[in-house]
Design a protein around this ligand. Structure first.
Ligand SMILES: Cc1ncc(COP(=O)(O)O)c(C=O)c1O
Length: 425
């Protein structure tokens, strides 16, 4: 099956009881066992089946299979949010005393998660410039358990050289985690470029209409866990789970099996079956929507780039961008239209611009069908100090836009009118 066919069909064929053509919502917390003996067999792993929705659910199972198919992975696991997916992924790799090497210009919430919460748990994050693959090598030591990048940085839309970073990761026996939220598997499949684990906030483009939260982790099945000294948890019996040795007993599926049976079981950041169902509805139109998002994105970027009141536009799809080469290498289908621009003038001018928009709203989200703007320094990156903001190329007046799928002319007119409102300041 090709991409758009998988987005509609992968992981589901009409179920036997009712023949329901659409994926049903199995809105249940738990499942009736046929007998005590049946329950015993399921708990003892002698037979597979549904036990409890914290661990598995038939609606969520379709979402997981569909995402694995779209990304070319061997399995996937959904989570309550993108942050749930990232947190559980990192906890599946690192424990107290371990370290992670992460790109520094990433979603501010992920920086908080790594520095504050995981930091308090004894897991240290080292931040590097994602555009210097060798920086990952220099930051690696015996305690390193993962590299983390965004395939398109939020908020700048910059593009790291995934293949080069994957090469450094594998030379060091470290798995590469790629957050592919902004690109989506329609525009880029990180596993094809060497990523081992792909994470998503499905809250964004995968669902695509700004309604439900969710996250997904996709496992490539390619990383070699067996006898890797960095990962004793994969090579020693897990006493909390029938003495399973993940790297031996689960083969290629070691990571994704441990993620569910150990981490999801204990952390419990599971997705609601309803949210899985809404995400599945969104996935059906992912290809169509992304085409339109990309078409609108370049039109808006070009408009801004040629406007006399605009200082700069950070959009690798534009020929002048320092990341245009990476864009041509990794994004032949187009660029997801989340990017930053800066209006000439002060922080007040940027605020006036946002407040003058009529169709476009000020929202702390991206990947919605509606065009939205935000000021990262005041919202998503508000916990990041000014000097750190500058390090990742953000200024207090930088505006992030996520171009939606409305008529491009209406989006551009709205922006043009709001810029006119600022011209007197
Ligand atoms: C790139 C990226 N990854 C992860 C997240 C976290 O996702 P969620 O808000 O679904 O927890 C976000 C949220 O904005 C994001 O932009």
């Amino acid at each position: 099956m090709k991409f758009d066919t998988k987005a509609i069909h992968a992981g589901y064929s009409p179920e036997k009881t009712t023949g329901s053509r659409a994926v049903p919502i199995y809105m249940t917390s738990a499942y009736a066992f046929e007998s005590t003996e049946h329950a015993r067999r399921l708990f003892a792993l002698e037979e597979s089946g549904n036990i409890y929705t914290r661990l598995q659910n038939p609606t969520t199972d379709v979402l997981e299979k569909r995402m694995a198919a779209l990304d070319g992975g061997i399995g996937a696991m959904a989570a309550s949010s993108g942050h749930g997916a990232i947190t559980m992924t990192l906890l599946n790799l690192a424990r107290s005393g371990d370290e992670i090497v992460s790109a520094k210009a990433i979603y501010g919430g992920a920086v908080n998660l790594m520095s504050k919460t995981l930091g308090q748990m004894g897991i240290k994050a080292n931040y590097v410039d994602a555009h210097d693959p060798d920086a990952f090598r220099r930051a690696t030591n015996d305690k390193t358990r993962a590299y983390f990048i965004e395939t398109m940085g939020n908020p700048l839309g910059d593009i790291p050289d995934i293949e080069q970073i994957a090469r450094v990761a594998h030379e060091n026996g470290v798995p590469l985690i790629a957050d592919n939220t902004e690109a989506t598997p329609y525009l880029l499949r990180p596993i094809e470029h060497g990523a081992d684990i792909v994470v998503y906030s499905s809250t964004k483009y995968l669902t695509g209409n700004g309604t439900v939260l969710g996250g997904v982790v996709v496992d490539s099945g390619k990383f070699v866990w067996k006898d890797n000294p960095r990962f004793p948890d994969y090579n020693e019996p897990d006493a909390s789970y029938h003495g399973i040795v993940y790297a031996n007993d689960c083969g290629d599926a070691a990571f994704i099996t441990k993620l569910r049976t150990h981490i999801l079981r204990d952390v419990g950041a599971s997705i609601s079956p309803f949210n899985s169902w809404v995400t599945l509805l969104g996935l059906e139109t992912l290809g169509l929507r992304m085409q339109r998002h990309c078409e609108n994105g370049i039109k808006v970027a070009e408009f801004l780039n040629s406007h006399s009141m605009i200082e700069s536009v950070s959009y690798p799809g534009l020929a002048g961008s320092p990341y245009h080469g990476m864009y041509q290498k990794y994004f032949p289908k187009g660029q997801s239209p989340v990017f930053c621009f800066e209006i000439k003038g002060s922080r007040e001018v940027a605020a006036k611009f946002c407040d003058s928009l009529e169709i476009i709203s000020i929202v702390a989200n991206l990947g919605d069908s509606r065009t939205i703007v935000s000021c990262p320094a005041a919202t998503t990156h508000s916990q990041v100090p000014d000097e750190k903001l500058a390090e990742i190329g953000l200024k207090p007046g930088t505006i992030r836009i996520s171009v939606g799928i409305e008529d491009a002319e209406d989006i551009i007119n709205d922006i043009g009118k709001a810029l006119d409102e600022c011209s007197s300041l």
